[in-house]
Write a protein that binds this ligand. Structure first.
Ligand code: P6P
Length: 338
């Protein structure tokens, strides 16, 4: 098969956006470059002094890993050098990072990013990922970006994607015209188109949820889990339970094979654990473009407006028929408290 690199693909698709003057293309290229640098560190993490904790805790009270910090620095540096971004919101930073310099004074995009999601898995060699979401700024060009540039609904995303650092390094993204996957070929240092026009199966046979939280799940979630476990040949049940504990890895597997990932409200996280801005909105954009669905149990994730940078939401995401079935149980057995 003729190799098509990410760069060639972006330029080819740029023709789809006559109004675009190449800024978004350059921004996606910058993300690709930073991803390759992070991948190099992730694959060597056990060998270089980059494993383990920094001894700090982040705004979410989680242990900050050295690779979290390294990945965050690489993406911030790439966005600053690229000149297309006027502000960044990162899982690693309490507040936004405004950007204003000679090369970015006309920047019209903001990026929300989880630079290294699932980093608690790095030390045990489990796949981790980067998640990104790109919006047009609302504030006037010619000044640094502002918090208000991030307080939008997911429907206003210009592009979104993720990188999964696993048995291979894959970048998957959408600009609203389908979902395409690129696999890094280390021998040429290029992301090459490997999964054109990804579609998630309408029905899957995998459910992903941390059942350790079962006792405090909403009744609708408990009922749905039992539904998944019942014997019913006609609907290919019981489903398989698969939970890696690394959102990007769990999501990617379900996107490829079909399935549902649920992180509902729990005792420790009454409003869910995953963040709306830089985890749920981008993957909801991807999954809908691939024919799937993303909900908080009652409402479409993409229609939820960001009120604060690190706000969380319960999340039901994956194959359309599975999310719809889970929502039926939520409607019948749980009341909307999100
Ligand atoms: P729990 C990793 O810390 C993360 O943010 C996601 O990548 C993952 O899906 C989730 O948390 C796992 O959370 O509570 O099941 O360990």
């Amino acid at each position: 098969m003729k190799v098509k690199t990410l760069g060639q693909f972006i330029i080819e698709r740029q023709a789809d956006f006559p109004y675009a003057k190449g800024e978004l293309s350059r921004l996606l290229r910058d993300i690709g470059i930073a991803s390759k640098i992070v991948n190099r560190a992730v694959t060597k993490a056990g060998l270089i002094e980059i494993l383990g904790e920094t001894g700090e805790t982040n705004v979410h009270g989680e242990q900050v890993k050295k690779l979290d910090v390294y990945a965050n620095e690489q993406f911030i540096a790439a966005f600053k050098a690229g000149g297309e971004v006027c502000a960044i919101a990162s899982e690693e930073n309490d507040d936004i990072i405004p950007i204003y310099s000679d090369i970015s004074k006309n920047a019209k995009y903001v990026v929300a990013i989880d630079p290294l999601d699932g980093s608690s898995n790095i030390d045990v060699n489990v796949s981790v990922g980067t998640i990104f979401s790109i919006y047009r700024r609302k504030s006037n060009v010619g000044a640094p970006g502002q918090l208000s540039d991030f307080l939008q609904t997911g429907l206003e995303q210009v592009a979104a994607g993720y990188v999964v650092y696993g048995s291979s390094c894959m970048l998957v993204y959408t600009t609203g015209r389908g979902v395409n996957g690129f696999t890094l070929d280390p021998s040429i240092g290029e992301f090459c188109l490997s999964h054109p026009d990804i579609k998630i199966p309408e029905q899957g046979a995998i459910y992903s949820i941390n059942e350790g939280n079962y006792l405090k799940f909403p009744e609708g979630v408990k009922k749905y889990i039992k539904y998944c476990q019942e014997e019913d040949k006609a609907t290919n049940r019981p489903y398989s339970s698969r939970y890696i504990g690394s959102f990007v890895a769990d999501f990617h597997r379900n996107l490829m094979k079909g399935g549902i990932f649920i992180y509902p409200s729990t005792a420790k996280a009454p409003k869910g654990k995953l963040r709306l801005l830089y985890e749920c909105h981008p993957l909801a954009f991807i999954v809908e473009q691939a024919g799937g669905m993303a909900s908080d149990g009652f409402n479409r994730i993409l229609e939820k407006r960001v009120e604060s940078l690190h706000q969380t939401t319960p999340l039901f995401i994956g194959s359309k028929a599975m999310v719809e079935k889970a929502m039926e149980f939520m409607k019948e057995y749980s009341s909307e408290k999100v």
